[in-house]
Design a protein around this ligand. Structure first.
Ligand SMILES: NC(=O)c1ccc[n+]([C@@H]2O[C@H](COP(=O)([O-])OP(=O)(O)OC[C@H]3O[C@@H](n4cnc5c(N)ncnc54)[C@H](O)[C@@H]3O)[C@@H](O)[C@H]2O)c1
Length: 322
């Protein structure tokens, strides 16, 4: 059996990834290391609790002793680092914890993997760092898409911590030949996302017949991808990506929060108002490299992805699971 260590696997993308990955890769054991922060939910992975191919470690990626123990004991062939502080608004209120987890936590993982994997010259090993389109910042130009070569220009402490982590990961590749790849994803949506986040909170309000409000200051058009499309992209990167490279994962669907809210209302058969705030700032990725070199493509058009998401939350809501 091969082993994949997944950090932050109890959060939104990580838990979707684990379920998707474990079903399709029966020759792998999955180790999920997560410190169960407020964005995590152990129920996301309840169905795997008894699987002999799934092990959960409750702990922080910032704890070097524990990380060393996990890597020494389980000897992962692949590490994929989802663990992070992720809420942009919280990063504005408390930037320190974002740097600690997102930069130093990543460095802790890298150092441990370098030590244990280095004994065998990194043979057969892979480290995937989850990064974000937010490291590129945003643009006013309509036809400007960020490529992997675009300069980084983070505009909030969360994005800055992720951009810094990317630089640390890159430095390990450049300095030690460490087998790292960086995946920069756009905004994910889909099942199992914390209900504090924008799309789930809109859906819950719609289900409760409450108004949904989009803050007028959140005008940037973001690029939205269904989480399973993102997971498939990550799996292509794990198995076929080139070490030392960065891959953008974007869907091409750019919508402001306002437009997303209108779409959710329409798909739920509700009436909606028509005053549309101007939104001319955007952040769109050029994902040609992943599409062309690793033969990846998006399966969920935005409307289908949102319907799937509404159905999931409706069912979880009715079953009192959220
Ligand atoms: N959600 C998105 O739209 C999006 C977009 C681009 C990139 N990303 C990146 O993808 C990754 C996962 O995002 P998500 O939306 O699933 O986040 P999330 O907040 O839902 O999950 C993060 C998980 O990491 C865990 N965690 C936090 N600090 C930890 C620590 N010190 N040690 C161990 N575990 C820790 C949390 O408990 C949680 O389970 C993050 O690295 C994020 O920056 C997310």
């Amino acid at each position: 059996m091969r082993v994949i260590l997944i950090t932050g696997g109890t959060g939104f993308i990580g838990s979707n990834f684990i379920k998707y990955f474990i079903r399709r890769n029966k020759d792998f054991v999955v180790i999920n290391m997560d410190n169960l922060g407020p964005m995590s939910n152990l129920n996301n992975l309840k169905e795997l609790e008894r699987s002999p191919r799934y092990h959960f470690v409750n702990g922080s990626i910032c704890n070097q002793e524990l990380v060393n123990y996990v890597i020494k004991r389980h000897r992962p062939d692949i590490i994929i680092n989802f663990a992070a502080e992720t809420n942009v608004n919280k990063s504005l209120a408390n930037p320190m914890i974002f740097s600690q987890t997102n930069i130093l936590g990543t460095l802790t993982l890298l150092e441990s993997a370098r030590y244990f994997w280095g004994k065998n010259n990194f043979k057969g090993k892979r480290f995937i760092q989850l990064s974000t389109s937010q490291v590129y910042g945003s643009t006013y130009k309509e036809d400007d898409f960020f490529t992997e070569e675009s300069p980084i220009s983070p505009q909030n402490p969360y994005a800055a911590s992720k951009a810094s982590a990317d630089l640390v990961v890159k430095s390990f590749y450049d300095s030690y030949g460490f087998p790292a790849i960086i995946a920069r994803c756009c905004q994910n949506y889909g099942p199992f996302q914390n209900t504090e986040e924008f799309i789930p909170s809109c859906i819950i309000n719609i289900l409760n017949n409450r108004d949904i409000s989009t803050k007028p200051d959140v005008l940037t058009k973001k690029e939205w991808i269904h989480v399973l499309d993102n997971c498939v992209g990550l799996i292509r990167i794990i198995f076929y990506g080139k070490t030392g490279e960065i891959y953008n994962i974007g869907s091409g669907y750019e919508l402001s929060n306002y437009e997303i809210a209108q779409e959710l209302l329409k798909l739920s058969g509700k009436t909606y108002d028509t005053v549309k705030p101007e939104s001319n700032i955007r952040c769109g990725l050029n994902s040609y490299k992943l599409k062309n070199n690793l033969k990846w493509g998006v399966k969920y058009p935005i409307a289908e992805g949102l319907i799937d998401t509404i159905h999931w939350y409706k069912s979880a809501f009715l079953n009192k699971n959220i």
